[in-house]
Design a protein around this ligand. Structure first.
Ligand SMILES: Cc1cc2nc3c(=O)[nH]c(=O)nc-3n(C[C@H](O)[C@H](O)[C@H](O)COP(=O)(O)OP(=O)(O)OC[C@H]3O[C@@H](n4cnc5c(N)ncnc54)[C@H](O)[C@@H]3O)c2cc1C
Ligand code: FES
Length: 499
């Protein structure tokens, strides 16, 4: 099959390799997940004196969402502050602001202290709107942010953008970087300082403070779940509190270099930032937002490239890719004690596409909770907060959506027999009287699987753009051979069809 069609522009930097776990062990802290969040938690805990730290990674480190992000380092998360202050009060908005402002500063400190060469560039961040109604909302955001001591201001000009705006809120003193240069070096630093990192070691269950893997059991005095979607999610109903949402990115050559970073205030709006890839300037254009396993009939890449040509005629697309992140009902990450497992199990997830600062904030908060039992900014992120009560409508909407996915999936009529699949075509087909999922590759080879998600048995949808099987319930993704691409599932699909 064709490989790497949708690699991000950051993935030319290869992460270091680590061994697989073999046998049981103990640690002061066991961290599940080797993405930015897991690595930063390990870094922070070790810096504050925790000695034995083990990181368990299901696949290879830094092959998850961190490798496919836009990598804006900012406390400006859309128009979060005005809605947060209205919905949860000034104290909650202040805690959110403080955690994320400190996270921006911490990146600068770590880059400097550890001398990490990662194209770190201080810059301003803007959320703009092209409508008068939107301009009113960004003005309100600027006022709220200023009240929360953020260096924010309103402007009606974003002269670097290829279209006029009605208004924008600017946060000064933010930053952008190359996430893989930063995180790969961080992983090496952790190894040099004695943190044990095990790859190809998925955590499959948690028994009190014992993390079970196929290669051994790891007992942790503290267990931190940083696996993007929590690998264990039944307790606490996390499967109903988190959805995975996808967006699309292109790295453009022949577009101008921007000094600022920009984001439309509308949910699926455009995102802009400049970057250097192999020393060459590119402009990263982002667009789109949909639940994983939905909109499978939309040409997202086609639309993104159309938009790129409209905005920057004659530019070329150097690379294009998609990524997904965990979204919470109230748009606030979930960071804190995973109470359903007792006092020493912690969770960091639901970064709502702001997991650079979200991961850094999680590292600070979880270290505070582990080492001193308290954190002055933890309440707003608490897993035990009342998002379920406040967002009951969304909760039941998700439950109804899941039921509909089951119904449509199990009643989907096959598009014909396996023989009818053309080259580079996939979908649900009939094979020996049963329904299977199949993809015929560009050389005519057939890849057949059972299209039942190994997480909670939701029927999978064929994604014709990326040639993957995507779960419309909680966002697991599998390649055409059934190998896992994105969790929460950690078991591959069963093979089906002719050998
Ligand atoms: C399109 C897009 C653009 C974004 N842009 C920005 C941005 O500009 N700024 C910003 O702040 N944020 C941004 N984000 C969000 C940010 O990239 C993510 O929130 C962040 O990278 C998540 O890091 P993570 O470590 O939690 O997850 P990941 O990087 O996905 O790492 C999780 C790791 O856990 C491992 N794992 C999973 N299950 C198990 C298991 N059972 N056992 C062991 N290991 C396991 C996975 O294999 C993976 O390696 C963006 C997100 C998207 C989708
Ligand atoms: S991801 Fe939960 S059923 Fe598929």
């Amino acid at each position: 099959m064709e490989e790497n069609r949708f690699q991000s522009c950051w993935q030319t930097v290869a992460p270091p390799e680590f061994p697989k776990l073999s046998g049981d062990c103990n640690a002061d802290a066991v961290i599940v997940g080797g993405g930015l969040c897991g690595l930063l938690c390990a870094y922070e805990l070790q810096r504050r004196g925790v000695r034995d730290i083990v990181i368990l990674e299901a696949g290879r480190v830094l092959h998850g969402t961190t490798a496919r992000t836009t990598a804006k380092i900012t406390s400006q998360h859309g128009l979060i502050y005005s809605s947060l202050e209205k919905g949860m009060g000034t104290k909650a908005a202040w805690q959110y602001a403080k955690a994320n402002e400190e996270a921006v500063s911490r990146f600068a400190q770590i880059v400097q202290t550890e001398k990490i060469d990662c194209d770190f560039v201080p810059c301003d961040a803007y959320v703009f709107s092209c409508t008068p109604e939107g301009a009113q909302r960004v003005r309100e955001e600027a006022e709220t942010a200023r009240r929360l001591s953020i260096d924010a201001s309103f402007t009606d000009k974003c002269g670097e953008l290829p279209f006029p705006v009605q208004g924008a809120v600017r946060f000064s003193g933010q930053a952008r970087f190359h996430p893989m240069k930063f995180a790969c070096r961080l992983a090496e630093i952790l190894r040099e300082r004695g943190v044990k990192i095990y790859e190809n070691t998925p955590a499959v269950a948690l028994d009190d403070n014992m993390v079970l893997t196929g290669a051994g059991r790891v007992y942790g005095k503290n267990v931190l779940i940083c696996s993007h979607y929590p690998f264990t999610n039944l307790r606490g109903f996390y499967f109903a509190r988190i959805v995975q949402n996808r967006s699309y990115l292109a790295a453009l050559k022949g577009a101008p270099e921007l000094s600022g970073m920009y984001l439309d205030c509308e949910e699926a709006g455009l995102s802009f930032r400049s970057a250097r890839v192999d020393g060459e300037p590119v402009l990263l254009l982002g667009w789109g937002s949909h639940k994983t396993g939905h909109e499978t009939d939309v040409s997202h890449y086609g639309k993104l490239e159309e938009e790129a040509q409209k905005l920057y005629p004659g530019c070329s697309v150097e690379s294009r890719w998609s990524a997904q992140d965990c979204m919470t009902n109230d748009h606030i990450p979930i960071i804190g004690r995973y109470r359903q497992f007792g006092d020493r199990v912690y969770l960091a997830t639901g970064f709502n596409k702001w997991g650079m600062t979200g991961s850094m904030a999680a590292a600070g908060i979880l270290s505070d909770l582990i080492l001193s039992g308290k954190s002055e900014v933890a309440d707003v992120f608490s897993p035990g907060r009342s998002d379920f009560r406040l967002q009951a409508g969304k909760f039941f909407q998700e439950a109804a959506d899941t039921a509909a996915n089951f119904f449509h999936g199990y009643t989907e009529i096959p598009k014909g027999g396996v023989a009818q699949l053309k080259n580079d075509e996939g979908g649900i087909v009939e094979f020996e009287g049963a329904k299977i999922g199949a993809y015929r590759d560009t050389d005519g080879g057939l890849h057949g699987v059972k299209t039942v998600c190994t997480h909670m048995r939701c029927p999978l949808k064929w994604n014709p753009e990326e040639k993957t099987w995507d779960c419309p319930c909680h966002g697991s993704r599998f390649d055409a051979d059934g190998n896992i691409l994105e969790n929460p599932a950690f078991l591959p699909l069963d093979k089906r069809g002719p050998d």
